[in-house]
Write a protein that binds this ligand. Structure first.
Ligand code: UTP
Ligand code: MG
Length: 629
């Protein structure tokens, strides 16, 4: 973005942004992922706007300085008989002569001119700083969001969503607010300070040294307070992140809250967090409230010192009273920017903490990433092989131990085993949601780490235990699996997934909004939408994690029919607990305590009379008992 049009960047259609982003973020092995966004990188594209904004602020200050002048002309030169002889007035007289009416007109015109100049500068300054603030937050928001998308599931498993949300929203807002309200102000104040010190040295260097003698104390104070305020702000932001997390968690599981009648408890939980937040914020606030008055006191000490020494010089006749007054007036002007800067510490601290929190996310390593030599995966046949694979979610307890298995292209394989055995963990390794700690996973004989993640996942479809629907029309929810599909494909996929019968009955058919706050669907309907999502991708590999759990027999039947169609001609890994699915599988793997303990066809495993036979008999008993009762 160039600085010239940063204020009026043309509106871009959201889809174009999406396309541009997807092009920009296409993982390229040669493009190092930028991990640290320095302030310079962020501000560089806006240098032009910032400079202009700076000029505008300087113009504002100038207008403020000029404001009393027309009044002075009227008082001194129009209303009084004797005209003033100041050099500025001599210039005015040279142009306008001594005609009082002309001078009055000039003064009135000057009032208007100064006001217009001030208005233009103020507008320019507000417009430019707002625009820079907005574009910097835009850049930051996109960087952090796209980084969050790239971070591995292991990161998301640990991080609380609410905290991430608050980083993407509130922390960025703090930075934006500092850029809009503080950045240029601090610069102007710093420059005024330097200018004032220069003028004062010119007026009287001894006094200036006396006046500046309090500056070290001031500096130490502002520095230590800024550090403490920053620390306090950090805690405040952390607490705010926790509150967002609590709200996010509870609202997204409001069903559970209601089911267990824990509404009061949840309100109390938030109240407790909020009370702590108030407490921390009050502590931070008391620090902030102390700094400005303290600076005022130190400034008064400086003024007192100058008065003390100045008055004694006046008494001895070494200095005129007027000289002392002028100096004290300038002194006031020099201390003012210092006080202003100390007032900015709050906004600055919040922005600095926000920046830290954003950097923290940006610097988190992506985890599962493409190796520099990773290449696009060719079209898969679908042979999947695990060679002695071990895996742990965290460093401590391994979840999988030396798992070896082979699924041939076009085979339907079933994973069975007691709960917590590691079935979901095994299938999570195939799309590289996680990387194994040792061992190799191969597809068509090639280690999957040699493929780019995107091209790997493009050839797999998933139907998981819980289906997430987006707040969008039905057709978009189905097309999520293949954004480029046609309407015909969507309808075809819905038909194969046994979903068209209920979609057709919806008020707006395929355009009905479903998902969060849209029309709600039953478990079986959701599952069929998920299957349609997988059908439309038509990938050689299909991964199913208990796709029919929690369904009643009628919808299960419909889902099963759909699944059977979906599985045709694909390599399938299905975690199942239903006999019918398992018995049909070409190969069954029995998982227990992170190991594959048995594998083979149903009949073979039954003959073994081991873990599988036991599981089978237990369930068979259940079925029989259920039928009898
Ligand atoms: P799995 O989630 O792989 O078990 O967890 P499973 O076989 O699919 O179980 P069900 O049938 O769905 O219930 C295997 C182990 O990994 C741990 C779990 O505690 C479990 O002991 N685990 C799982 C983690 O440590 N972190 C996770 O994110 C998930
Ligand atoms: Mg599981």
């Amino acid at each position: 973005m160039d600085s010239g049009n940063s204020g009026s960047r043309p509106a871009i259609h959201p889809l174009i942004v999406e396309k541009r982003l997807s092009e920009k973020n296409e993982p390229s092995p040669h493009r190092p992922i930028q991990r640290r966004l320095s302030i310079r990188t962020l501000l560089r594209p806006h240098l032009g706007s910032l400079t202009l904004g700076f000029v505008a602020i300087a113009g504002e200050s100038l207008a403020n300085l000029l404001e009393p002048w027309p009044l002075k002309i009227v008082l001194d030169d129009v209303l009084r008989s004797k005209s003033s002889n100041a050099w500025t007035m001599r210039i005015v007289h040279a142009f306008l002569g001594y005609d009082k009416m002309a001078l009055l007109k000039f003064a009135c015109a000057a009032v208007l001119a100064i006001a217009v100049f001030d208005a233009i500068c103020t507008y320019g300054e507000k417009y430019l700083t707002t625009s820079v603030g907005q574009w910097v937050s835009y850049d930051l928001r996109l960087s952090i969001y796209s980084h969050i998308q790239r971070l591995s599931l292991a990161f998301h498993d640990q991080k609380r969503t609410g905290d991430l949300i608050s980083r993407v929203t509130d922390d960025i807002e703090a930075i934006q607010s500092f850029i809009m309200n503080g950045l240029l102000g601090v610069l102007i104040n710093a420059m005024t300070l330097v200018g004032m010190i220069g003028v004062m040295f010119y007026l009287n260097w001894r006094f200036t040294l006396i006046a500046l003698s309090v500056v070290p104390a001031l500096f130490v104070m502002v520095y230590s307070y800024t550090r403490r305020i920053k620390k306090a702000s950090r805690e405040v932001r952390k607490k705010e992140g926790e509150i967002t997390s609590v709200v996010e968690e509870v609202l997204s599981s409001i069903r559970v809250v209601k089911a267990f009648a824990r509404e009061d408890y949840e309100v109390q939980r938030l109240e407790r967090e909020s009370l702590e937040a108030v407490d921390i914020a009050m502590r931070a606030r008391s620090l902030k409230a102390k700094l400005t008055p303290l600076v005022g006191i130190v400034v008064a000490v400086g003024t007192g010192l100058v008065l003390w020494f100045g008055a004694r010089l006046v008494l001895t006749g070494a200095l005129s009273a007027g000289g002392l007054v002028v100096f004290i007036l300038y002194l006031g002007k020099m201390y003012k920017p210092m006080q202003e800067i100390s007032k900015m510490t709050d906004t600055y601290s919040k922005a600095a903490v926000g920046y830290e929190r954003i950097q923290e996310v940006l610097q988190t390593s992506v985890g599962v990433k493409d190796t520099p030599k990773a290449r696009r995966a060719p079209k898969f046949h679908g042979d999947i092989e695990f060679e002695n694979v071990s895996f742990a979610y965290n460093d401590e307890a391994p979840v999988l131990n030396g798992v070896s298995l082979q699924i041939k292209a076009g085979q339907v394989s079933a994973l069975v085993g007691p709960t917590g055995a590691g079935k979901t963990s095994i299938i999570s390794l195939i799309p590289r949601f996680y990387d194994p700690s040792s061992g190799v996973i191969k597809i068509d004989g090639t280690d999957i780490k040699r493929f780019q993640q995107k091209s790997l996942r493009h050839q797999m479809s998933f139907v998981l235990q819980e289906t997430v629907l987006f707040h969008a029309p039905v057709w978009q929810n189905i097309a999520y699996g293949k954004p480029s599909c046609t309407r015909q494909e969507i309808i075809h996929a819905a038909a194969l997934a046994n979903a068209s019968e209920f979609i057709d009955k919806m008020p707006d058919g395929y355009n009905t909004i479903i998902g969060e706050r849209g029309m709600t669907l039953s478990g079986g309907q959701r599952q069929r939408i998920a299957i349609a999502r997988a059908v439309i991708r038509n990938t050689p590999i299909l991964i199913l994690d208990e796709p029919t759990s929690g369904l009643d027999s009628a919808s299960e039947q419909l889902v099963f029919e759909a699944l059977d169609r979906l599985m045709q001609g694909k390599t399938v890994a299905v975690i199942a607990h239903r006999l019918s699915t398992i018995q049909k599988a070409d190969v069954i793997f029995v998982v227990k305590d992170g190991h594959i303990v048995e594998s083979g066809k149903h009949e073979e495993l039954m003959k073994l009379n081991g873990v599988y036979a036991e599981l089978h008999n237990l369930q068979f008993q259940d079925v029989v008992t259920a039928e009898v009762s």
